[in-house]
Design a protein around this ligand. Structure first.
Ligand SMILES: Cc1cc2nc3c(=O)[nH]c(=O)nc-3n(C[C@H](O)[C@H](O)[C@H](O)COP(=O)(O)OP(=O)(O)OC[C@H]3O[C@@H](n4cnc5c(N)ncnc54)[C@H](O)[C@@H]3O)c2cc1C
Length: 593
């Protein structure tokens, strides 16, 4: 059975030492109810839930999968009870406003709680995750009456939420969706269309499901400017809040897929289903983006959780597995062979994963802090700056954290040799379950387009320039005993600054340049972000006694010497330009040899 021990010491180090979270919370009136002791107690409780409840259901959930029968979806054995326990523990509303029954905890903290659940059972985690995302979109754009009707029930777990965007012919390009919304005289709409790939579209965990559906009203402008957002409940909610008739919205089937098999991915049919407009007509995409941006950061946390889980199991296996002898002579003469930990290549794989976990965790908390500033600060300038930072870093959080996590999970699987490929050790499930994180919520390729296009070229590099300025300020203030990370971070900042200018120039000359450069640019900005995180980690660890802190510094050295050099390859690929791709004719891809 795979193991998982919540990395509480690392989490507390990031919150307390790296980000001085308590000081940040106490300085803000709206967060003053949170202190380090409260945060630690929450993390410890979540660790128990993850280790004792969701971890044991991970493999059984994968093997049993979600079921579809007679128009109804049921979740694997144990999921219903676990969801009830999760809801009763108040976890769904951990970060939600108190007004709606939430606990108003900062994002800096909730990302760490989410990490543990994603590590131990990503399929399970997706059910409450979609509820929280739907709650956030409603909180930002719904009417007061809609908030009062839906939010308390969503955060209590009595009802759940979904996000219905994708259609068979429209995934990345939502401007071409066909789902229609016809207005009724009573102010409601009839929603008709088919959505596919809807996570948690139907299940048996909650008594009602609140679908947030994108659709087009008659005469809506073409493209994404003509999209509206609707609440479509599975059961119509009566005026007194009780459940009324079954709505004509339901699952047509569930997908049979590579991983996250316990998460029901549904084809949803809306047959003149009753829907209620959220916000204004044709402004639905902005509302949906509240949900999508939340989910995108969460996908990065899915990556982090999987990478931590894979690392822990691989490190344990490497300690126990005896194969070959050390190049420096026999290390364990009383055993038939040395542990595979004596081999440099095995260490490379483990340290790649470990470096990824520590930098990703710090980065998730950093982005969480920026989100907390946007939500809780009263300083307009600080809010505007944090908004720009969140806009810039959301695609990094989604795509870079899942790309690096997938590499880490593959490395961890390789540590097991052939045993990584068979079920028993849990690694093949981990790989299968994580792959989707690079695909859904907008593929990582499309996230990269967002970074290079909307978040960089469109603002003439302003967002990245502000970020680089902050990183330079931080690095320049480091003590001389941290010159190794200071110099590395300043160098990366210069390289990313220069390649950004290069992109801004060449994108003017060649319309294909940015699209072809996007993924490599995302990885370059990701490496800059990880350097910044390691600079912060090293700064927090320096001058502190104990192996725990020495290890942080040693891992920082590892990152600089064995991970960061990838930057040069990324930059070379960006400079190679688009012609080398675009010069192939379409026939080259379509003509069979
Ligand atoms: C298990 C699962 C759960 C999901 N859950 C949900 C959900 O709850 N709600 C929901 O609405 N959807 C959901 N989805 C859908 C998911 O978000 C989409 O599949 C994803 O966004 C990609 O869209 P697509 O599949 O249509 O691919 P396409 O858009 O057809 O893309 C195909 C390829 O082309 C590339 N591409 C497309 N446009 C560009 C461009 N402009 N530049 C460069 N490359 C481009 C893409 O990167 C990709 O590699 C889920 C999908 C799965 C598999």
């Amino acid at each position: 059975m795979p193991i998982y021990n919540a990395p509480l010491a690392d989490m507390k180090f990031i919150l307390n030492d790296v980000f001085n979270a308590e000081q940040f919370w106490q300085a803000n009136e709206k967060l003053a109810h949170v202190d380090a002791a409260t945060a630690e107690a929450i993390l410890e409780e979540m660790a128990k839930f993850a280790q004792n409840v969701t971890l044991p259901l991970n493999r059984t959930g994968d093997e049993e999968g979600a079921h579809y029968e007679n128009g109804k979806v049921t979740t694997p054995a144990g999921f219903k009870e676990a969801f009830q326990q999760y809801a009763e523990g108040g976890w769904i509303g951990l970060g939600a406003d108190e007004e709606w029954g939430g606990q108003a905890m900062p994002k800096m903290l909730t990302v760490l709680a989410d990490e543990m659940l994603f590590a131990t059972n990503p399929s399970f985690m997706l059910y409450p995750l979609l509820s929280v995302g739907a709650g956030m979109a409603l909180n930002s754009y719904a009417s007061q009456e809609q908030k009062e009707t839906y939010l308390p029930k969503i955060y209590s777990g009595e009802w759940s939420g979904t996000m219905c965007l994708t259609e068979p012919h429209a995934g990345t390009d939502l401007g071409i969706i066909k789902t229609k919304a016809e207005p009724n005289e009573d102010g409601s709409y009839n929603i008709t269309g088919t959505k596919i790939f809807i996570t948690g579209g139907d299940h048996d965990l909650a008594e009602n499901i609140i679908h947030l559906v994108l659709a087009k009203t008659p005469n809506a402008p073409a493209g994404s400017r003509g999209i509206s957002l609707f609440i479509v409940p599975k059961f119509i909610v009566n005026a007194d809040g009780s459940l009324g008739d079954r709505n004509t919205a339901g699952p047509g089937s569930i997908e049979h897929k590579m991983g996250i098999k316990a998460s029901a991915t549904c084809v949803m049919n809306f047959d003149a289903a009753k829907g209620y407009l959220v916000g204004k007509e044709n402004e639905g995409l902005a509302a949906m983006f509240v949900m999508m941006n939340y989910e995108r950061l969460s996908m990065g946390i899915q990556g982090l959780g999987a990478s931590e889980y894979a690392y822990q199991n691989a490190a344990q296996y490497a300690t126990d597995r005896l194969q070959g002898r050390s190049a420096n002579g026999v290390q364990s003469p009383n055993k038939p062979a040395d542990s595979i930990l004596v081999h440099g290549d095995v260490r490379r794989m483990l340290l790649n994963a470990r470096a990824n976990n520590e930098a990703s965790r710090a980065f998730a908390v950093y982005v969480g802090q920026q989100l907390d500033i946007t939500k809780f600060s009263t300083d307009a300038e600080a809010i505007a700056k944090a908004n720009n930072r969140v806009a810039l870093l959301t695609p990094i959080a989604k795509a870079y954290l899942t790309d690096t996590a997938f590499d880490a999970v593959i490395d961890a699987q390789m540590v097991f040799g052939g045993h990584g490929f068979i079920r028993e050790w849990g690694m093949e499930q981990c790989v299968r379950d994580l792959r989707i994180a690079q695909i859904y919520e907008g593929t990582n390729g499309v996230q990269s387009q967002d970074l290079i296009g909307r978040k960089t070229i469109k603002c003439n590099g302003e967002f990245i320039a502000e970020y680089i300025a902050e990183i330079r300020d931080f690095a320049n203030d480091l003590d001389t005993d941290l010159n190794f990370i200071k110099d590395a971070t300043l160098d990366v900042a210069t390289e990313v600054d220069m390649i950004t200018q290069h992109i801004l120039e060449r994108a003017k000359e060649n319309a294909d340049f940015a699209n072809a450069a996007a993924v490599d640019y995302l990885h370059a900005v990701g490496l800059l972000s990880f350097s910044y995180m390691f600079a912060r980690i090293a700064n927090a660890a320096k001058n502190k006694d104990g192996q725990f802190y020495q290890d942080k510094l040693a891992l920082t050295h590892y990152f600089i010497q064995r991970v960061l050099p990838d930057l040069h390859a990324r930059i070379a690929k960006i400079k190679a330009g688009a012609e080398v791709l675009m010069n192939f004719s379409e026939d080259y891809f379509t003509t069979q040899a």
